[in-house]
Design a protein around this ligand. Sequence first.
Ligand code: NI
Length: 281
Amino acid sequence: MGDGANGLAETYRRDGFVFPIEVLSEAEAGSIRADLEAAEAEVADDPERSALLRGSVNHLLPSFDALVRNENLLAAAAQVLGPDLLVWSAGLFIKEAHTPKVVTWHQDLTYWGLDDVEETTGWVALSPATVASGCMRFVRGSHRRRIVPHVDTFAADNQLSRGQEIAVEVDEDDGVAVELHTGQASLHHGHLFHASGPNSTDDRRIGVAIRYIGPTMRQRTGERWMARLACGEDRYGHFDLADPPRGRLHEADFERCRRDAAVRRGTLFAGADPSRNSRRN
Ligand code: NI
């Protein structure tokens, strides 16, 4: 790794993010997207499997297992977290064409139950991420503010699990638009303030959010969640290391994702009550 790699780590430390990172050619990204959209069609009549596909796609499609272990992405993630990396999760963030869905300002590590901050998100664009299609916005340097109070809104147009918003003013002009070509990625810190707007274009905006963690991390509850070793080694054993998918949309893989999702739900929704703090306006 030369000066460019050092530059990446320095930029990330200063700003809390770095982009664009060249991960896939447009053709490679196109074939992964085609595989995903075929899979979406295959489980379309099954809401439970559709949800597992969105939330655990790397355990269900070999093309996404390869994506989370892509050497360009891992080289960048290793610059900020070190050579030993686990995939804590890989989920799809899809904004359909002409959708009002937004993601309000938040910090990722607020609710994940992890005991430290050794985490970075690699967000890979499988279609163009532009201001018009609802790309992310980042507040430069906001990762140095630690976790600030969030409120649960459960608002209908919010794609986050609990509609969580930061309870402080974020000046919209402070947001840097994270525009990415198909096949490019960004990396962002778990404390970074970020949000994204609606998609007003004719195409779906498809992003894959890959959460990399250092194996020193553990769930505060002591539960053993499923994780995939991406590179290096795990000398801590805080997670159940997943084998690669057995096949494409294999029943045994759905079953292990189902079990893991049940464990995770217990943590993500601890203390949340959707009947309170709701806001419909
Ligand atoms: Ni986020």
